[in-house]
Structures are given as C-alpha cells and as structure tokens.
Design a binder for this molecule. Structure first.
Ligand SMILES: [Fe+2]
Length: 107
C-alpha cells in the first residue's frame, strides 16, 4: 500500500460535504486534528442492494437494523480508514468553530 495523496480540510461552521467516494483509492482515511463537538460526523451509506428493495427501510430511519446511513462520531486524534469506493459524506458543522482534518488516499 502506498500513499497516493493527502489534503487538509478546514471546515467552517455551517458547511457540509455531499456524498462522494475516492475511487480508485484502495483505502482512504481521515485524521481529526481539531474536531469540536457537533462539528459534523463522517457518514457512510450502506450499499447493500437488499436495502433498495426492503419495505422496512425508510429514508432517514435511525433503526440500527434498517438504517442506510451510519455516523461515525470522532474526537481529536481519531483516525478512520475505509474502502475508497465506499460512498460517504460529512454532516453539517453545527458548532461555532472550524473543524480541521487531514484526509488521504492509498493505492
Ligand atoms: Fe471523502
């Protein structure tokens, strides 16, 4: 595995990041340098095709069995690593401070 690139996010209050992926990265990750409370979690979407046909799955549900989005709360110093193809977004920064993180891709 080799580092393909990295970048710094400085996310001001009120900002969100829409769903995206990091193809063709093998694994991608984020390291939280400064993650104020309520400044937006990383959110992954369940890409299991079964959910597209399940009558039990309702948009916006938080039921642990049927929900389609998974939030990963993090604190300063947390690193999350995930498959580069996995769609994700970052929830709105609802704090009054900027969130600072470093993201990276690998090949
Ligand atoms: Fe990303």
């Amino acid at each position: 595995m080799e580092l393909q690139g990295y970048w710094v996010h400085v996310t001001p209050p009120g900002e969100v990041t829409q769903y995206h992926h990091h193809k063709p990265s093998l694994f991608s990750g984020v390291y939280y340098v400064d993650k104020p409370k309520d400044s937006g979690d990383l959110v992954f979407i369940d890409v299991n095709p079964y959910h597209a046909f399940s009558p039990r799955v309702l948009p916006g549900t938080t039921d642990p069995i049927t929900r389609q989005e998974y939030n990963f709360p993090a604190d300063d110093g947390t690193m999350l690593i995930f498959p580069g193809w996995l769609p994700h977004k970052v929830a709105r920064n609802n704090s009054d401070r900027r969130r600072i993180s470093i993201s990276f891709n690998t090949i």
